[in-house]
Design a protein around this ligand. Structure first.
Ligand code: CMP
Length: 136
């Protein structure tokens, strides 16, 4: 049965800075994910804090928000069959050192913070995160 979904992807400052946007987009589009929307923006630390609110109790929260707001990012809506899981598979584990071979984070991630991409982890969060960046 077909399960068309949308998910939110962010190319983080470390990857934008190293001009990896086109290479990362190519990984999505050559693996059955369409890029429905894409925009390059820089968000404030307050906006990053809102976006990563689910992590507010974590010791790395403050640093995470500073980092996401430290430079331009590319926010995208990806669409396709099981898009949420497919995107997570293509990204690999959060820590690039533990990410499976040929995943985006294993290819391009520098550290657990500078791990090049973010992707929604559930249907509920995908809707929230898409709305965060692409509400009209
Ligand atoms: P992301 O998928 O964007 O979701 C939250 C981010 O927190 C995660 O990727 C990591 O970049 C970052 N992070 C920093 N430290 C940790 C940690 N110890 N465990 C998990 N995520 C961390």
């Amino acid at each position: 049965m077909s399960n068309q979904e949308q998910t939110l992807s962010i190319i983080k400052p470390d990857a934008v800075e190293r001009n990896l946007v086109d290479e990362i987009k190519k990984i999505f589009t050559s693996n059955n994910l369409k890029i429905k929307e894409s925009k390059k923006i820089q968000i404030s630390k307050e906006e990053a804090a809102e976006f990563y609110k689910v992590h507010q109790s974590k010791p790395f929260y403050e640093h995470l928000c500073s980092y996401l707001s430290s430079g331009p990012i590319v926010a995208m809506i990806l669409e396709g069959e099981n898009a949420i899981l497919q995107n997570r598979k293509l990204m690999g584990a959060t820590d690039p050192k533990k990410a499976e071979e040929n995943t985006i984070r294993s290819l391009y991630g520098i550290s657990i913070d500078k791990n090049s991409v973010h992707g929604s982890d559930s249907n509920e969060n995908a809707k929230k995160e898409i709305n965060f960046f692409f509400k009209n």
